[in-house]
Design a protein around this ligand. Structure first.
Ligand code: VGL
Ligand code: ZN
Length: 209
């Protein structure tokens, strides 16, 4: 990632789900989460346009294993819109776990996209819910701002970051994932699956920032 890219007014930084529950000590902790906060704060300072996403579920959300009889966290079920991993309860709206990491410091963020509010459908991507058709509104906002490229970081590489990058490509935005500024869950080959889909859709991976 060169300084030029960050300074380009047509490029936005998308900071995905840097929330208490996804960092060490949280309900769906992803190893390496806490270590992302300081470098992401630094990276964000170089971007004019920063969008934050926030996973934001009602307590009876159907992506929670606890809301299904005899279902274990990290098992997979079939929902009307396709396969769905069942998660430990996490990011329940208006709880401490759903808050941004206390050290996240991006006061100039322009928009916060909350996703996963609908009980019956999960939403990994910042652009579409998991049915692949219900929009969050982010693509429209980016387009109205004249954005052509998104740079992504955050949690989880193989879910919310990866799915957001793929959907950015589907909307015609260029998409670059800053891999060292992401942390992966890696359940049942999810990281490999995300890598191949990303390659297929022309997402680029950057190792520097
Ligand atoms: C996420 C699982 C469930 C993510 C959100 O932020 O990647 N993963 N909800
Ligand atoms: Zn979630």
């Amino acid at each position: 990632m060169t300084t030029d890219v960050a300074a380009d007014p047509a490029t936005a930084l998308l900071v995905v789900d840097l929330q208490v529950d996804f960092c060490e000590g949280g309900a769906l902790a992803v190893a390496g989460g806490n270590a992302l906060i300081a470098p992401v704060n630094g990276l964000a300072q170089r971007f004019r346009t920063v969008v934050l996403t926030q996973d934001w579920h009602p307590a009876d959300h159907t992506s929670f294993a606890s809301n299904h009889a005899d279902a274990a966290p990290f098992s997979e079920i079939t929902m009307p819109y396709g396969p769905q991993v069942l998660w430990p309860d996490h990011c329940v709206w208006d709880t401490h776990g759903a808050a941004f990491h206390p050290d996240l410091d991006i006061p100039h963020a322009r928009l916060i996209v909350r996703k996963g509010q609908h009980r019956e459908i999960d939403s990994y991507s910042a652009f579409y819910e998991n049915d692949g058709v219900t929009p969050t509104g982010l693509a429209g906002a980016l387009r109205e701002w004249g954005i052509e490229r998104v740079v992504l970081c955050g949690i989880a590489t193989d879910f919310c970051v990866g799915w957001s990058a793929l959907d950015a490509r589907k909307h015609g935005f260029a998409a670059t994932i800053i891999e060292p500024l992401t942390a992966a869950i890696d359940v049942d080959g999810s990281l490999d699956a995300t890598r191949s889909a990303a390659r297929e859709f022309g997402v680029t991976w950057s190792h520097d920032f």
